[in-house]
Each structure stands twice: as C-alpha cells, then as structure tokens.
Design a protein around this ligand. Structure first.
Ligand SMILES: Cc1cc2nc3c(=O)[nH]c(=O)nc-3n(C[C@H](O)[C@H](O)[C@H](O)COP(=O)(O)OP(=O)(O)OC[C@H]3O[C@@H](n4cnc5c(N)ncnc54)[C@H](O)[C@@H]3O)c2cc1C
Length: 328
C-alpha cells in the first residue's frame, strides 16, 4: 500500500496546528486513494510526539532525531526529505505553506524531479489517485485546480486553517529512524542564532484561528493597542493593512495582503480597513469576515459576513467590554 507523507511543522516539541490539520486531511485523502499516511519529523523530539501524530492518522513516523536539522540553513532538511521519499517510496508530500518550507520544497523538487504547488486551500483525489489542489491566484481573482504531472513527485504546500483538525483515534505509529547523509553543501551556512519576534502570548497570524486587523482608519499607532486589547480577549493574532504598516504604526511582518502575509482564519475582523483588492488577496479565504468601517460604501462590506457601519473607536471598545462580560 502506498504512503502519503506529511511533513510535521513543530515548535517546542509539539506539532503545530497546521500539521494536525494536514494529517487530518491526509487521512481522508489517503483512505480514498488506497494509501496510508506517514508523518515526517525533522529534528529532535519526533518519537515523543508519536502518540499525538497517531491520534491524527499517522500510521508511520519517519524521524531524523538530529540537531543538524535546524543547525544549518535549509539544505539538511532537503537531504532528510529526500531520504524520507526514498525510504517510503511515496510520490506525495504535504507541507505547511510557510516561506521557509516553500524554500525547502522548491529545492527538494529539483532534486527529485518533482513539482510544487503552494498555498493550497483544498485537496481532492483525482484520476489514478493523484491529488488535485485548489488555490487562489492573481490576488484571489481566479481559483485554480491543478495537479503535478503524472509520474512526478507531488509536493503540496497547504495553507494554515485550510482543513479542520479531526482526530482519527489511531494508535501510536510505527517509527522509522531516517538515515540521513548530509551533502557537503548542507553544512555551508550555519544558523548562529534564532530570535523569536512578536508577542510570545499572541498567536502568529498565519496560524491563528482568529485574526483582528487594523488599517489607516485607526489614525495612529496607539490604535493598535486597542486592536491588541481586543485580540487578547479572544486569543487572536493582530494583523494590519499596508497603509498602517507603511505609516509605521505596526511592524511590516504583520501586513496582510498581496505583498504581505496570507491568513486563512476561522474568523477575521477588520477595523478601519477599506478592503482594497491587494488586502483582500491576503484574507478573503477566512471562513467568517467581520468589518467595522464608518463608510457604508467601503468595499470590505462586499465580502463581509457581518458588518458594522460606525466609528471603530466607539464599536471596538464596546465589543471588548461585551466579550469581557461574557467571558466572566
Ligand atoms: C502592488 C501593491 C501591493 C499592495 N499590497 C498590499 C498588501 O499586501 N496589503 C494591503 O493591505 N494593502 C496593499 N496594497 C495597498 C492597497 O491598495 C490599499 O492602499 C491599502 O490596503 C489600504 O489600506 P487601508 O484599508 O488601511 O486604508 P484606506 O484604504 O485608506 O481605508 C481606511 C478605511 O478606514 C475607514 N475609517 C476611517 N476612520 C474610521 C473610523 N474611525 N472608524 C471606522 N472606519 C474608519 C475609512 O472609511 C476607510 O474605508 C498594495 C498596493 C499595491 C499597488
């Protein structure tokens, strides 16, 4: 029986939510395609996470329990994934569509003569059991379905929150230690330090189930304190429009849109954001969209599920107050 691989993105020894989402989706897809799901864990801690990976559908776990995985830039992970593809004989790998892993996947595709499709929001089993991927292109103007050519290894970068987490209740997977020989080039660029940016308590906007975002309508950088206050009541990440980041009110790494991050949360709330096409390109796959804007004609209302026409400085504090009351 063939294997479908899922590269587990992890942090502090725990699989990130996107990894459990991918495993959950892969479990269904693999069953339909007559395959099994195998997780791939690079770096230390894989064996300790085996149980949770099994609960979410992994029948097998390939792990490379080595600090080398992240001690050098990119290439050790390419070497290890090549080893995982070779050991499993798999022709399909799902990975989290982050900038870092896209870089790894692009290099891997060249090594194995495969194809990469990134920012995938849905997957379905097509002819011959090959996966077909849905994604938005041209800033969300078009939705395409594509597949990697038959006979080639298919690498799919899956967007966070594209799939729900569904535990299948499986038992701990069979574990296989990968035998990885680092290529000479792999140790050429060493990582000398890693610094976490952003709030340790607030979720990353790429992964957060709820994202609240502020725009030019906030008027100044203090406005983001209000958005952070709202975020912290509901456990959300905070994003911004480009107008707000360009004004220096919030760091550029939180910019949502065509030239910023793509977010796909369960709930997006935009305050003081007009909803320009370039902003929408980064958030319109959110499952539910709430907009607060004093202009009833603002384009964001065309895609909002729930809109409040009003001054955000009146609406947002009331919202925070109400949420705090409900939380008790
Ligand atoms: C090549 C290119 C790439 C781009 N990439 C991005 C990108 O990645 N992300 C991005 O966001 N933009 C991007 N832009 C910019 C984009 O076109 C818009 O200019 C930008 O999104 C506007 O940001 P905004 O909605 O915050 O500001 P505005 O368009 O100025 O809207 C502000 C809104 O706030 C409302 N408002 C004002 N005061 C209040 C108040 N007190 N209460 C409630 N509402 C209020 C106004 O009615 C208005 O609708 C890009 C542009 C180009 C050309």
């Amino acid at each position: 029986m063939g294997e479908m691989l899922v590269l587990i993105d992890h942090n502090d020894g725990q699989p990130r939510k996107v990894s459990l989402q991918m495993l959950s989706a892969a479990t269904k897809l693999a069953a339909e395609a007559g395959q099994t799901v195998s997780a791939v864990w690079l770096g230390e801690g894989g064996a300790d996470a085996a149980a949770v990976l099994g609960e979410h559908g992994a029948a097998k776990l390939y792990h490379w329990d080595s600090p080398d995985a992240f001690a050098y830039v990119t290439l050790p992970q390419v070497d290890a994934l090549e080893a995982a593809l070779s050991a499993s004989g798999a022709d399909t790998l799902l990975f989290a569509s982050s900038n870092h892993v896209k870089d790894v996947a692009a290099r891997l595709a060249i090594r194995v003569d495969g194809g990469v499709i990134t920012d995938v929001t849905d997957l379905a089993v097509g002819d011959g059991g090959r996966l077909h991927a849905t994604k938005e292109v041209f800033g969300g103007d078009l939705i395409t379905t594509s597949k990697v050519a038959d006979g080639k290894v298919a690498l799919f970068g899956v967007s966070p929150n594209a799939f729900p987490v569904e535990a299948s209740g499986g038992s701990a997977p069979e574990t296989v230690a990968l035998d990885v020989t680092l290529s000479e080039a792999a140790t050429a660029a060493k990582v000398t330090s890693v610094e976490k940016v952003g709030s340790a308590d607030r979720p990353d906007i790429g992964e957060a189930a709820i994202v609240v975002a502020g725009g030019r309508g906030l008027g100044n950088e203090q406005g983001f304190e209000l958005m952070e206050q709202l975020a912290d009541v509901i456990g959300a990440g905070v994003g911004a429009s480009r107008a707000a980041t360009d004004a220096g009110w919030y760091p550029h790494r939180y910019q949502i849109g065509q030239t910023g991050r793509t977010v796909s949360p369960t709930l997006y709330l935009g305050a003081g954001i007009s909803g320009a096409i370039q902003h929408r390109a980064g958030m319109q796959t959110a499952q539910h969209i709430i907009a607060v804007n004093k202009d009833a004609e603002a384009p964001i209302f065309q895609i909002a599920d729930f809109g409040v026409v009003g001054d955000l400085y009146k609406v947002v504090p009331k919202l925070i107050e109400e949420l705090q009351t409900r939380k008790g």
